[in-house]
Design a binder for this molecule. Structure first.
Ligand code: PMP
Length: 381
């Protein structure tokens, strides 16, 4: 259960990018992609993979490995490797993005250094360690003091980042695009500069792909794997809605955590791992990365409107800034019109539909968009 306030809708059924509430009202889900990701709701490939795995081997204690777990770890290392060659890597499988980040945070401690650099407006989770790396005051303040020695730098400012990193820095942690902040895209070369400066000071580069990874931006990872980050964390849509998180340690960073250093009972259980393998296979089989790129570009083009100050994003991770603080009213108006979207701030709306969103669904949202804004501005004025 979340703590985000009373539920706005009680959903009872889903298919593709469509969901139905308990009254039978149908909605196009332009948000659930951040959790369900690629395959949307009730994709037959996912249902079959999960069912077959439950019938074969549900879970064993994590004293043993299972086939799906091993295959998933191999696949994730492959996704984090440049085309020209596979990197050496090791994977810790967990149950959520926060937990994947906790594993990465513990790995950074094994460097013998404790200083961390994160970004303003970042989001890395709500557990105490991941919260320590998350910048938003409203999330942090009720729980201070938070663990660790974290410096926040403005996101996208390479000079500020370079100035904050020194020989005592254990790691720099960055989202390749900031998701919860409302989809902030850094300037070209920012991550490469982060790689350069971390290498110069012997610090780790840790990229949080929890929201951006697994096809969301039209690529497996939002960063280019040839950058060779040390740690990459995944979660959210990786297992198509089943709880999973993954901390991938690459090169020497794969050896920071050793046997006995860390563990979790359900992490990487065979059913969640089989779900993740089905997600990865189906993204490939249905060419969903190219689809995300094409439908995302169409959506971004079509969102243009006199009240839209800016449209940002890549693939099907899209942030919209409005010229007034009417984002919550736009979310409500969209819901009344049969579309689920969300506000990431008073003037910011985010779209993150399942990658299977059809062109027809994208067009129906674009057709409704001007009227959604009319209603929102009327309600807000
Ligand atoms: N990192 C990023 C970039 C996220 O967007 C989120 C979730 N919004 C998390 C970590 C935390 O993931 P979880 O909710 O699965 O713990």
């Amino acid at each position: 259960m979340n703590t985000f306030g009373p539920p706005k809708l009680v959903l009872v059924r889903g298919e593709g990018a469509h969901v139905w509430d308990e009254d039978g009202t149908e909605y196009v889900d332009l948000l659930g992609g951040i959790a369900v990701n690629a395959l949307g709701h009730a994709h037959p490939a996912l249902v079959t993979a999960v069912t077959e795995q439950m019938q074969t081997l549900g879970h064993v204690s994590n004293f043993f490995a299972t086939g799906p777990q091993v295959r998933l770890a191999e696949r994730l290392i492959g996704l984090c490797s440049p085309d020209s060659g596979r990197r050496d890597g090791r994977v810790f499988l967990a149950n959520s993005g926060s937990e994947a980040n906790e594993a990465a945070l513990k790995a950074t401690r094994r460097t013998g250094r404790t200083k961390l650099v994160s970004a303003a407006d970042s989001f890395h989770g709500r557990t105490m360690g991941s919260l320590a790396l998350t910048s938003k005051a409203a999330y942090r303040e009720p729980f201070e003091p938070l663990p660790g020695d974290v410096t926040f730098v403005p996101y996208g400012d390479a000079a500020a980042l370079a100035a904050a990193v020194d020989d005592e820095t254990a790691a720099v942690v960055l989202e390749p695009l900031q998701g919860e902040a409302g989809v902030n895209v850094p300037p070209p070369g920012y991550l490469a500069e982060a790689r350069r400066v971390t290498r110069e000071h012997g610090a780790l580069l840790w990229l949080d792909e929890v929201q951006t990874g697994i096809g969301r931006t039209g690529r497996w990872t939002a960063h280019d794997p040839s950058l060779e980050p040390d740690l990459v964390t995944f979660a959210k849509g990786l297992a198509g809605g089943y709880p999973i998180g993954a901390c991938v340690g690459l090169g020497e960073a794969g050896h920071l955590l050793g046997p006995g250093n860390h563990g979790t009972t359900f992490g990487g259980n065979p059913v969640a791992s089989a779900a993740a393998l089905a997600v990865l296979d189906t993204i490939e089989a249905e060419d969903l990365r190219a689809h995300a790129t094409a439908v995302g570009a169409r959506l971004r083009d079509g969102l243009d409107h006199p009240h839209v100050a800016e449209v940002r994003g890549e693939g099907l991770l899209i942030g919209i800034s409005l010229d007034a603080e009417v984002a919550p009213a736009a979310v409500a108006a969209a819901q009344d019109a049969g579309f689920i979207i969300n506000a990431t701030g008073p003037d910011r709306v985010r779209l993150a539909p399942p990658l299977v969103l059809t062109e027809a669904d994208a067009e129906s949202f674009l057709a409704a968009w001007p009227a959604i804004l009319d209603v929102a501005y009327e309600a807000g004025s």
